[in-house]
Ligand binder design. Structure first.
Ligand code: NAD
Ligand code: ZN
Ligand code: ZN
Length: 348
């Protein structure tokens, strides 16, 4: 079969021929229906180097996957061949306290995981191929009626990651509150939809690109603000000077972190999701009182079920453009150039 593989750090991935995977005991092979292209893949290609992660290339890209059960290993029960499924992407050890409650991304025993702090497309072979080997059947989630693999794929990361970030801040988003979403790309545009579908907050979206701001409005944002020197003042004005109860930064650059801390309200949350490499100085007077600053990584397995439910009921719907496996590099090129709207989904 063909697979899009990162062969070494600081390189473009290559479309190469590899052997079709066979499931061992307890494992599942998924025929891929959709594999989302994440900006994290660009970080992998451009910035990471030996020592950045506990794993190294080569591996097949694609950590946002859905498809159909293709083959079951010995001992797998409760799944049938041909059934449409999503793949829960973070693969922890399965037995530590975090994994037991389904928060594999925060696995406390990475040495016991199939790959430390990773998964398919992140150290192990992912979904940008005709088939993906999933090393444990517990990572397979049957799709609810109303969702097909192409639409489900982005929900497993571009949906799940912002869902986790929004959900943890639900108590701070009652009627009358404001949430700011910085970066309305693959994750951010679904973040806006999740805020609208699950909270009563007013949503202000920020991006550098006019098309992204249009998409934010289409997704339900109450206000769209161009990123730049006047953004903080505009947001403060729009909130009667108080600032935002929750800021979700899907960029994570110096400028966006500075904007986030400039517009956060006392007792608010500033949540850093983007891996833009920026830093934010924190001291007694640098951020409003009782602002909590946190990074979040991906989401939990129970949260994935909730996101798929929102997707199946049409309450959230990632905007996606599909690409053939042959054109996957084009999808990444468009993402790099900022001409992609929403998410790119590779359909092998
Ligand atoms: P994307 O390229 O689809 O979207 C990024 C958006 O940010 C674009 O719309 C871009 O115009 C906008 N942007 C860039 N610079 C900006 C600025 N200074 N101000 C305002 N907007 C700006 O990327 P994506 O796939 O949505 O990923 C976003 C980030 O989240 C990446 O860094 C990615 O690696 C990271 N990520 C983190 C997690 C996690 O679990 N923490 C999961 C997935 C992705
Ligand atoms: Zn990702
Ligand atoms: Zn674990």
């Amino acid at each position: 079969m063909r697979a899009l593989r990162l062969m070494e750090w600081k390189s473009e991935p290559k479309l190469v021929e590899v052997a079709e995977p066979k499931p061992g005991p307890g494992q599942v092979v998924v025929r891929i229906g959709g594999a989302g292209a994440c900006h994290s893949d660009l970080h992998l290609m451009d910035e990471f180097e030996p020592g950045s992660m506990p794993w190294n290339p080569p591996f097949t890209l694609g950590h946002e996957n859905a498809g159909w059960v293709h083959a079951l290993g010995d001992g797998v029960v409760g799944l049938r061949v041909g059934e449409p499924v999503a793949v829960y992407g973070p693969w922890g050890c399965g037995t530590c306290a975090r994994c037991r409650v389904g928060i594999d991304p925060y696995c406390e025993n990475p040495a016991g995981a199939p790959v430390p702090s990773g998964g398919g497309g992140l150290g192990l072979d992912g979904g940008m191929a005709e088939y993906e080997l999933v090393p444990d059947a517990r990572h397979i989630v049957p799709l609810p009626d109303g969702l097909d693999p192409v639409h489900a794929a982005p929900l497993t990361d571009a949906g799940l990651t912002p869902y986790h970030a929004v959900r943890r801040s639900w108590p701070k988003l009652p009627p009358g509150s404001t949430a700011v979403v910085i970066g309305v790309g693959g994750l951010g545009h679904v973040g806006v939809q999740i805020l609208k579908a699950t909270t009563a907050a007013r949503v202000i979206a920020v991006d550098t690109r006019a098309e992204a701001l249009r998409l934010a409005t289409e997704c339900g944002a109450d206000r769209a603000v161009a990123s730049g020197p006047t953004a903080a003042e505009e947001i403060r004005d729009a909130t009667g000077g108080r600032g935002a109860d929750v800021v979700l930064d899907f960029v994570g650059a110096d400028a966006t972190l500075a904007l986030g801390s400039a517009v956060a309200r006392t007792v608010g949350d500033l949540t850093i999701v983007g891996i833009g490499g920026g830093t934010l100085p924190v001291s007694f007077f640098s951020v409003p009182y009782e602002v909590s600053i946190a990074t979040t990584y991906w989401g939990s397995r129970p949260e994935l079920l909730e996101v798929l439910d929102l997707g199946a009921r049409g309450l959230i719907r990632p905007k996606s453009t599909t690409f053939a496996l042959d054109d996957a590099l084009d999808a990444y090129r468009q993402m790099r150039e900022g001409t992609l709207e929403g998410r790119a989904v590779i359909v092998p």
